[in-house]
Design a protein around this ligand. Structure first.
Ligand code: PMP
Length: 440
């Protein structure tokens, strides 16, 4: 009997024993093409020698030094590299161990910033429905997935939620893309005015929505309007790039591709590429300066922030990303991925939508193409697709709808940037077979 506390108590999972490029291998020697990088983590595959060597060298050199006493060379070098390539105005990096920690740090930093500048009433956060920002209590409070929050609601901080920018389900017939984008963004202004602008500290959103909706980019113009509204009311714009950042959408920071400048941005997953647990919260110089000139320290911290081995891995990842210009490779692979998915699934009677950016794609399935009605959750379609895909040697990331009836089951794809051109068809074929078997 296993003593590991698993995600699903009754699931019997294969044991992964090795990684080889885009593949994971189990104890039976079965090879699985990792088309979701777990959950958008393994962007450089599973056996990158450069990253492995960077980790080994760092362990030999210095495994740990507490950030209360020391900084370290890899943390400094990674921060420099990130800032040199970060969106305009972003000037400081706060390292953490994962995505939820990055979001927690972002929320607390926003609150402390307003205390430092004397706007003490600003404590309210606005987020979007059908969103995911992590599983710790603050990050879960920010998330707008009603099902994930339900049993913990009494423990969560108050956050209000507006609609996501989710064109497939929310754009009305006859409404132009531009009008829809403005309408969706204007919900933020209405919510700020409802709460009172002097009480709102921040708005958090993913530039491209990952886990809850399945690689949904906003329509053009949406984020420009969001930025305008945040500026008008002095609200901080927090962009959560834990899943869509670090090259995934074809840009090191996804917000560059979406044409929006954040005040705070969170990254994780692809930063360590699965080789180490590492994330970061980056903020503007203005926010940092307010704290430096005020109390002088951010009232936050974890034992493993800025861990030398984790940041050494992150440094090796980001260096490769830049030296090999992997975001450009991702942009080149994007149309191949889209074509392969449309060829294999475009005509399927239950295909609702195919959307994405770079190597970040979502396939949404619906019971009825005309009405876009999702499948009944009792059908557990996402879980069945996962099982059928694994049987066919494919790792993808199927997720059920958020169970509010607005969005259906979808499959998220986030393959490694090192995949070959013809592997787009392999992914689409295995996924198509798995979906058909799950629906049968
Ligand atoms: N934010 C986003 C956008 C995410 O996709 C995730 C993880 N799926 C998180 C935060 C939380 O990250 P972690 O699981 O590393 O805590």
């Amino acid at each position: 009997m296993s003593h590991v506390f698993p995600r699903h108590c009754h699931a019997t999972l294969p044991t992964a024993v090795a990684g080889d490029g885009c593949y994971l291998i189990d104890t039976q020697g079965k090879r699985y093409f990792d088309a979701s990088g777990g959950a958008a983590v393994s962007c450089l595959g599973h056996s990158d020698e450069t990253i492995k060597n960077a980790i080994k060298d760092q362990v030999d050199q210095l495994a740990f030094a507490h950030t209360g006493f020391f900084t370290s060379e890899p943390a400094e070098a990674l921060a420099d590299l990130l800032i040199a390539n970060a969106p305009e105005g972003i000037d400081r990096v706060y390292f953490v161990s994962g995505g939820s920690e990055a979001v927690e740090a972002a929320i607390k930093l926003a609150r402390q910033y307003f205390l430092e500048v004397g706007q003490t009433e600003r404590r309210h956060l606005i987020a979007r429905r059908q969103s995911y920002h992590g599983n710790t209590l603050g990050a879960l409070a920010a998330g707008g997935n009603a099902w994930r929050r339900a049993q913990f609601d009494p423990l969560l901080i108050g956050v209000s939620h507006i609609a996501p920018c989710y064109e497939y389900a929310e754009r009305e017939e006859g409404e132009s893309l531009a009008d829809y984008g403005q309408r969706a963004a204007d919900e933020l202004e209405a919510e700020i005015l409802r709460l009172g602008p002097e009480t709102v500290m921040g708005f958090i959103a993913e530039p491209v929505v990952g886990a809850t909706l399945g690689a949904v980019p906003a329509v053009e113009g949406y984020f420009a309007r969001i930025r305008e509204i945040c500026d008008r009311y002095g609200v901080l714009l927090i962009l959560d790039e834990v899943m869509c950042g670090m090259g995934r959408t074809g840009h090191l920071f996804a917000c560059e591709g979406e044409g929006v400048r954040p005040d705070i941005v969170t990254i994780a997953k692809g930063l360590g590429a699965g080789y180490q647990p590492v994330g970061a919260m980056l903020c503007s110089g203005a926010i940092y300066d307010a704290i430096a000139k005020g109390t002088g320290f951010f009232q936050h911290g974890h034992t493993y922030i800025g861990h030398p081995v984790a940041t050494a891995a992150g440094l090796a990842v980001v260096r490769q990303m830049l030296e090999r210009d992997l975001p450009a490779r991702v942009r080149a692979l994007a149309p191949l991925m889209e074509r392969a998915l449309r060829d294999r699934l475009g005509q399927h009677e239950h295909l609702g939508d195919i959307r994405g950016r770079g190597l970040f794609w979502g396939v949404e399935l619906v019971a009825d193409r005309g009405t876009k009605a999702p499948f009944d959750p009792s059908r557990k379609l996402a879980g069945r697709i996962k099982t059928e895909a694994m049987a066919r040697g494919l790792i993808c990331y199927p997720m059920p709808g958020t169970r509010d009836g607005r969005n259906g089951d979808h499959v998220l794809l986030a393959p490694p940037f090192i995949m070959e051109d013809d592997e787009a068809a392999l992914i689409a074929d295995r996924l198509g077979d798995a979906i058909e078997a799950a629906l049968a």
